[in-house]
Ligand binder design. Structure first.
Ligand SMILES: [Zn+2]
Length: 246
């Protein structure tokens, strides 16, 4: 590898390093993980809502059941009194009859309500179980994604490390003097610090350089030339062509 080949390879590595931002590459997986986490939250809330609805229905069933003996007592007391018609006015009798009828009605309604609530409870429990199964499945999916994330992260980091060690070796091969020139250009244009001079124009910034600079680059001296405009290292087109053809 001659110095131009090394410089072009270093340039390629710089570009690759910029494209390889691990954070950017892992973003899609992280986004999916976030969506699953949000779905888990929704599932848990749903589950909790059904559990609470079940508790509320249970409470109402208990209250209705507790009230039933009182209604039964009112009915039997009224019936007993009606059996002893003697000395009772018609108005009193009608009132007792009404109370008994109302209580009997309440008993029927309470029983119907209890049946409905028991049915509802079963429905709520079935829904809560469904939500719980969904949450488990989502958690499983989340754990799978965590594994994918870790594997992907490892892969990217290894790739990046390989790139860095290759860069290190190339920089060493370049020698301190040329490396200083490369680093100087890389400080200004980190993505692609190396450009080619084609027909007097810098391939990096597309600005024409001075006649003096054209001559210096064409001479291919030991010293590297920087573009007057963008500070990229300028390689002669001839050197690059040889490199690409080989
Ligand atoms: Zn330039």
């Amino acid at each position: 590898m001659d110095k131009y080949e090394i410089l072009l390879e270093l340039n390629r590595i710089s570009e690759e390093k910029c494209k390889m931002d691990p954070k950017e590459q892992l973003r899609p997986i992280l986004k999916e993980m976030k969506h699953i986490k949000m779905a888990v939250e929704v599932g848990l809330q749903e589950q909790e809502a059904y559990v609470q609805a079940t508790a509320a229905a249970d409470k109402e069933i208990t209250e209705l059941r507790d009230h039933l003996p009182r209604l039964a007592a009112t009915i039997s007391r009224g019936k007993e009194r009606m059996a002893l018609v003697k000395g009772m006015t018609l108005k009193e009798m009608l009132s007792i009859q009404q109370t008994v009828a109302k209580s009997e009605d309440s008993v029927v309604q309470s029983r119907a309500r209890i049946d409905q609530l028991q049915y509802d409870c079963e429905e709520y429990l079935a829904e809560a179980r469904k939500a719980s199964a969904m949450v488990s499945e989502l958690k499983r999916q989340y754990n799978e994604k965590v594994k994918v994330y870790q594997k992907e992260k490892e892969r990217i980091e290894l790739q990046y490390a390989a790139l860095l060690s290759k860069e290190e070796a190339l920089k060493e091969a370049l020698g301190p003097k040329l490396l200083r020139a490369f680093n100087e250009a890389a400080r200004v244009v980190p993505v692609n610090p190396v450009a080619v001079l084609r027909n007097g124009y810098c391939s990096g910034c597309r600005v024409e350089v001075s006649g003096q600079m054209k001559r210096l680059v064409a001479q291919q001296s030991e010293n590297l030339q920087h573009c007057d405009h963008c500070r990229r290292i300028l390689l002669p087109a001839s050197a690059v062509r040889t490199y690409s053809d080989s």
